[in-house]
Design a protein around this ligand. Structure first.
Ligand code: FE
Ligand code: FE
Ligand code: ZN
Length: 277
C-alpha cells in the first residue's frame, strides 16, 4: 500500500480535510494544528471529529500527521517564548487524543546562540514535561535544513534529543527530503548510505513519516526552500527511488511543495504512477 497525501488547510475541520484528500486521490494528509504562526486553536467539534473517524474507516485514510506551528521554539533563550511553545504543544497533544493513534510533528527549535548542548537540553526538558504515559500520539522530530541555529540538521542531534526523553516510546522522526539534502545528506546520489547512517545513529524504527519535497537549492545549502517534485535539485528520479525504497515504501509520504490543491493532485497522481506495486 502506498500512503501519500499533502498539506491541507484545517480551516474547515477534519471531515473537510478527509473529503479533500480523497478528492485528490490521497489517503492521508498533514495539517497545522492552529495558525502556523501560533495563536489560539479552534475548539474541537466532536461531531466533526466523529464524522471524520467514520469517513477514515470507510475510505481507508491512514495515519494523519499534525504539524505544530513552525514558529514555536522550545529552546529559545527567552523563557516566555519557551513556555509559550511548551504550553501550545501540550494543548495540541491533548487535542490530538480526539483522533487517537496519529502523529504530531514539530521543528526541534533554534538555539539562538546558546549552543547545541543547551538547545538539546531545553528541548528534552520540555518534552519530559509535556508527554504523558497513556497518550496515543507519536511525537515526531523533523529533520531540519540547518538554517541559522536550527537544532536537528544532524541525525546525532535528533538522537541526543530522543536519548534525553523519558517516554522514548512516544518519540519518532519525520524525514524531510528537502531538509536532509540541504543539511548535507546526499539522498540523490546515495539514498541507501543515508538510510544506513540514519539507522546507525538513530535507529530506522524511529522513522515514522516522510515529508516529500524537492529543493530550490543545491546540496548542503542550509536554505530550506521547497520546490515542486521534479523541478528542483533532487529531481524526479530521486523521488522514484525514495517512494520505492524497501525501507521507505511502507511509510506515509506528505507533500509540502509550493502548490495549490490542483498542483498537489498532479504530484500525487505522478508519484502514484511511479510507485511499483
Ligand atoms: Fe516542518
Ligand atoms: Fe517539512
Ligand atoms: Zn521546510
Amino acid at each position: 500500500m502506498f500512503t501519500i497525501g499533502c498539506h491541507l488547510s484545517a480551516s474547515k475541520g477534519y471531515l473537510a480535510m478527509g473529503r479533500q484528500a480523497v478528492d485528490i486521490s490521497a489517503n492521508t494528509f498533514q495539517f497545522f494544528t492552529r495558525n502556523p504562526r501560533g495563536g489560539t486553536a479552534k475548539a474541537i467539534d466532536e461531531n466533526d471529529v466523529n464524522a471524520f473517524l467514520e469517513f477514515c474507516k470507510a475510505t481507508g485514510i491512514e495515519k494523519i500527521l499534525a504539524h505544530a506551528p513552525y514558529t514555536l521554539n522550545l529552546c529559545s533563550a527567552d523563557e516566555g517564548i519557551r513556555t509559550f511553545a511548551k504550553n501550545t504543544m501540550a494543548d495540541d497533544l491533548k487535542r490530538m487524543e480526539y483522533t487517537p493513534g496519529n502523529m504530531y510533528n514539530f521543528h526541534p527549535g533554534s538555539h539562538v546562540g546558546q549552543g547545541l548542548e543547551t538547545g538539546i537540553k531545553l528541548i528534552t526538558d520540555a518534552l519530559n514535561e509535556i508527554l504523558w504515559d497513556d497518550m496515543t500520539t507519536t511525537v515526531l522530530l523533523e529533520t531540519m535544513a540547518g538554517k541559522g541555529s536550527e537544532v536537528g540538521s544532524r541525525f546525532e542531534e535528533l538522537r541526543e534529543i530522543i536519548d534525553g526523553v523519558k517516554l522514548q516510546n512516544k518519540m519518532g522522526v519525520c524525514l524531510d527530503t528537502c531538509h536532509v539534502y540541504d543539511a548535507g545528506y546526499d539522498i540523490k546520489e546515495n539514498l541507501e548510505g543515508v538510510l544506513e547512517e540514519f539507522d546507525r545513529v538513530i535507529g530506522i524504527d524511529r522513522l515514522c513519516a516522510i515529508h516529500i519535497n524537492d529543493t530550490k537549492n543545491p546540496f548542503e545549502s542550509h536554505k530550506d526552500r521547497h520546490e515542486k517534485i521534479g523541478e528542483g535539485y533532487l529531481g524526479l528520479e530521486t523521488f522514484e527511488n525514495v517512494i520505492n525504497n524497501k525501507t521507505l515504501r511502507s511509510l506515509p509520504f506528505y507533500l509540502e511543495t509550493p502548490n495549490e490543491i490542483d498542483g498537489y493532485e498532479k504530484e500525487i497522481r505522478l508519484l502514484r504512477s511511479k510507485f511499483m506495486d
